[in-house]
Design a protein around this ligand. Structure first.
Ligand code: URA
Length: 271
């Protein structure tokens, strides 16, 4: 059962972020396309100067399972789709071994643009790109997120612990406004030429169906009902600690036009 996103509106406002309330699969898809449009025009960091395409992510907008890799490589940059090279082929194979296909999952990256020469993502690039990933998680509402490798794992855990210590250990984490079961895995590229890493990755993959079967973790408590702007503060708190509920800011997603050009939607690769 999907937990409705409406329960996440208040925490998002508290965090000073726009609210995203998804009411249907169609709306989810349209909103994802709108985020894609925003990303496609992104010039927030210097990577826009060297990219060929923005690799937003692809797959099933209603997926219960998301994979988050590092950043597009040369093939991804050329084709506009994630994991289309050798690492992607291995990812497909491992998915197949647990009875899943790409169209069952959503695949994205920590960075949406290729770092030149496939260098490591820079911290400022990860930070700048982070909001696109958080919007994807918020809209897709996955039950399980598999981070592939160090960069995605460190970003989503907000911690520097490395993948060799964390792989195969699931934990519930709040990502943006969404509680998900986070399941760090080795990056498939690391398993391509190291048989022992491949075996660990394969063995960790085998647990994915079990994690999906557990269902969505309990979502963060919504805040209490909002006070009208001129309502008196609660009497039991000192004045300095009384929280004034802010006016709901207009969602930037609401301001972004829904994709009008079907070819652009096709590039998104949503099934
Ligand atoms: N391809 C991607 O899209 N992401 C990676 O992290 C590696 C290859």
């Amino acid at each position: 059962m999907r937990v409705t996103a409406s329960t996440t509106i208040i925490p998002r406002l508290r965090a000073g972020l726009p609210s995203l309330s998804v009411t249907s699969a169609t709306e989810r898809r349209e909103r994802l396309k709108a985020v894609y449009e925003e990303a496609r025009a992104c010039v927030r960091c210097p990577l826009h100067q060297t990219r060929t395409t923005v690799v937003f992510g692809s797959g099933n907008a209603d997926a219960d399972l998301m994979f988050i890799g590092e950043a597009p490589g040369a093939n991804e940059d050329r084709l506009g789709l994630p994991f289309v090279g050798q690492a992607g082929k291995l990812l497909d194979k491992l998915l197949g071994e647990i009875g899943l296909q790409r169209e069952d999952v959503f695949i994205a990256n920590t960075l949406k643009c290729r770092p030149p020469g496939n260098r490591d993502p820079h911290p400022n690039e990860i930070e700048t790109c982070r909001s696109y990933l958080l919007s994807q998680v918020e809209l897709i509402e996955p039950k399980v997120i598999c981070t592939l490798g160090n960069f995605a794992t460190k970003l989503l855990r907000a911690d520097t612990t490395g993948i060799s210590r964390l792989h195969g250990q699931d934990e519930v984490r709040v990502i943006g406004v969404r509680a998900v079961r986070l399941y760090p895995l080795y990056h498939p590229a690391a398993a391509l030429y190291t048989p022992s890493t491949l075996e660990m990755l394969r063995s960790d993959f085998r647990r994915i169906p079990e994690l999906l079967a557990i269902g969505a973790p309990e979502q963060p408590e919504p805040a209490g009902p909002r006070q009208p702007p001129d309502a008196p503060p609660p009497p039991d708190l000192p004045v300095a600690e009384r929280e004034v509920e802010e006016e709901e800011p207009a969602s930037w997603l609401d301001r972004v036009a829904v994709v009008a050009d079907p070819d652009q939607a096709a590039q998104l690769g949503l099934f």
